[in-house]
Write a protein of this length. Sequence first.
Length: 301
Amino acid sequence: MSGSCGRLPLVTVMTPSLNQRRFIGEAIRSVLEQGYPFLEYLVSDGGSTDGTLDLLRGYASRYPGRIEWISERDDGPTNALNRAIQRARGEIIGWLNADDYYMPGAVRKAVEAFQRAPGAAVVYGRARHVGTHGEDLGGYPIRAPFDWRALAEECYICQPAAFIRRQPLIEVGLLDERFQNSMDYDLWIRLGKRYEIQFLEADLARSRLHPGSGTFTRRQALLIAAIQIVKEHYGYVPLSWCYTYAEFLLHRSDQFFTPPLISPQVKALGRRLFMRHNVARPDYVLATFCKRLKARWVAPK
């Protein structure tokens, strides 16, 4: 199959997996039932021992020629994804974790968005969080239109609801394997600095939150990586990330199932972290506090 078929491009969807038998079937079905005619599906398993491989064999038999999978040791999910990108033949790439899933028609909607925006490197849409059993937990905090500076404040692109042109992805050097957490955040920042990113007003995916997901099991590592990424790319660390990390350190907050607790202690620690991370940027520190003070003055009584 070539990189494009007629006027429709080949789309590669890649799924990294390790011991996700409980969820990966729903992810696989959501890809294979998209109804998009030119789709390559690659599953990169890191050596699962929970029955995932039997499940993958079953799906490969049930959908002959429509799913390719390998199971081999890797150096973590970022390495597995980079290997999949190097194998991918599609002009457009989707990245769907084993515990997430697409909404019907997501791939075709993304392709149509790229056709309307031929200069875009990334198209991202809306998504919702779901729990272990698929229960709705609320919308992902998407921001639109895309704003590269605003991306420093939070990761507002939901990874399973984003599709990427393969060539810009190759040109920026794939995913940074220093990061096993927040590597998608780093990628959006690198791509957004060099290329156009377009928002698509469509519900494309579900991002699952459950006790075994990396969002919770690696929460501290994820926050440390996010702060490092922002500091490397922007030269400063916003107060929002410092407050979030301070809240985790003091209250072990997951930011999802427990409401935020911005206590006086969190504010004090957050400001100390902010000063420490921005010691080389007194101009940014001053501008931040002046902006916050001005906002208080003009706030409605």
